[in-house]
Ligand binder design. Structure first.
Ligand SMILES: Cc1cc2nc3c(=O)[nH]c(=O)nc-3n(C[C@H](O)[C@H](O)[C@H](O)COP(=O)(O)OP(=O)(O)OC[C@H]3O[C@@H](n4cnc5c(N)ncnc54)[C@H](O)[C@@H]3O)c2cc1C
Length: 388
């Protein structure tokens, strides 16, 4: 057992965990990040991020793209599967970027280590946490005053809080594949790297995508109803092959993962000495399923509360995190307009609207996917603090 007591032990080194450590970089806190994986590690994800995320992360794009794939996006092609496609283009600045998660997450984790002095404990699975006087003992080895659950959808810290993951939760189940095309496949591909393609399911319970990042192709489908997901995915893959959008040799086996849309989340967010951020809390945007931005934002908000707490990590002090999160993302459990519409009406409305340029540009792309009505979150630079 180590004698050192960490102020903050973050379980999970994805975008949520690394952003929390990085945001706390000038707070004089002793931080560790524990992850079961060694990095670089892969993560099932289309890898689409908005400029707001890059701004919130203060990411130096010129530096990043020296050694990593950074595909600017200047438009989206949108349709209902098998129906007419509508294209929206932007000319001045990128509307979004595509990144590869194996690179992006590694870059952010190393930056957290370099800027915040975070100790990286990699290749170690979180197993247990028990309260010992005024600190937590994690895995019988690591001592910490505050434990952060940033372990993604199956976060073991949420489980350790007594939450039953999976049983009664409404999830998005998704499957995808990312592979490097051969030179011939790349030359023949009709997919423009700066115009990803989105294909809504007829019942509007999900959508598929084809995203090209240089010579890498990412193909996937996610649905809010995981019934027969593999069949939906296989059918979608075949439709893409038949229409010439993806090579016939595209692997048959896609990889699956799940996550929770924010309005459906019922997971606990905090208790004495514990906070939950990112996918572990279930924060993805309901319309697009984008989860990286809410993960990053929850980390920034949590860091602000930790900084103000001055070492008091009681539930009463940490409660402000939930308030900040709800002020940003809305009340948890709130119903959306779409929830009140009968499915036949949604389907017929969508069928018509998804073929109009106005609706696709102003609602699907700008509101649902880019969230252009929501300015990037300020506050990822917290004034420096002396150690407690
Ligand atoms: C198919 C698919 C496509 C997606 N596409 C997009 C997209 O294009 N854009 C977007 O914004 N979002 C997308 N998302 C959502 C996005 O991937 C997540 O919202 C995002 O990864 C959340 O980040 P996080 O840091 O909270 O969790 P994660 O990135 O999941 O990181 C959690 C970390 O915790 C670690 N961990 C887990 N269990 C343990 C344990 N027991 N012990 C120690 N460590 C543990 C893991 O190894 C991992 O490194 C997609 C999701 C799926 C499933």
């Amino acid at each position: 057992m180590s004698a050192e007591i960490f102020d903050v032990l973050i379980v999970g080194g994805g975008p949520a965990g690394s952003t929390l450590a990085w945001t706390l970089r000038d707070q004089g806190l002793n931080i560790a990040i524990l992850d079961k994986a060694t990095f670089p590690r892969d993560k099932i994800c289309a890898g689409w991020v908005t400029p707001a995320v890059m701004q919130e992360l203060e990411l130096d794009l010129a530096d990043y793209q020296k050694a990593h794939t950074l595909q600017p996006i200047f438009g989206f092609r949108v349709s209902q599967i098998g129906k007419r496609e509508v294209e929206t283009r932007y000319s001045d600045t990128p509307a979004s970027y595509s990144i590869r998660r194996c690179e992006f997450d590694h870059y952010l984790l190393e930056r957290a280590r370099d800027t915040a002095g975070a100790e990286l404990i990699l290749g170690e699975k979180f197993k247990t946490m028990e309260k010992v006087s005024d600190y937590w003992l994690v895995n019988g080895t690591h001592k910490a005053r505050l434990v952060i659950g940033a372990g993604g959808h199956f976060c073991p810290v949420v489980r350790a809080m007594g939450a039953k993951l999976g049983n009664s939760e409404t999830i998005v189940a998704a499957q995808e594949i990312e592979f490097e095309m051969t030179a011939e496949q790349a030359a023949a591909s009709p997919i423009e790297a700066d115009v990803p393609e989105l294909f809504f399911c007829e019942d509007l319970l999900g959508y598929g995508w084809v995203v090209r990042k240089g010579n890498f192709l990412n193909v996937g489908l996610g649905r809010e109803d995981n019934h027969k997901l593999s069949e939906h995915v296989a059918k979608f893959r075949q439709q893409l092959v038949d229409s010439g959008k993806i090579p016939a040799e595209t692997p048959l086996k896609f990889h699956g993962h799940a996550y929770i849309l924010y309005p459906r989340a019922t997971r606990p967010l905090l208790k004495d000495g514990v906070m939950i951020i990112g996918d572990a809390a279930g924060l993805a945007y309901p319309e697009s399923g984008e989860g990286i931005r809410p993960a990053v934002e929850s980390a920034i908000l949590a860091a602000q509360i930790i900084s103000q707490a001055e070492g008091d990590y009681s539930q009463t002090t940490l409660q402000a995190y939930q308030q900040k999160l709800e002020a940003r993302l809305g009340k948890r459990g709130a119903k959306e307009l779409m929830d009140f519409l009968p499915s036949w009406l949604k389907q017929s409305l969508a069928g018509a609207l998804l073929t109009t340029h106005w609706f696709v540009r102003n609602y699907v792309v700008e509101r649902w996917f880019l969230h252009s009505d929501q300015a990037p979150l300020a506050g990822s630079t917290i004034p420096s603090n002396t150690p407690h």
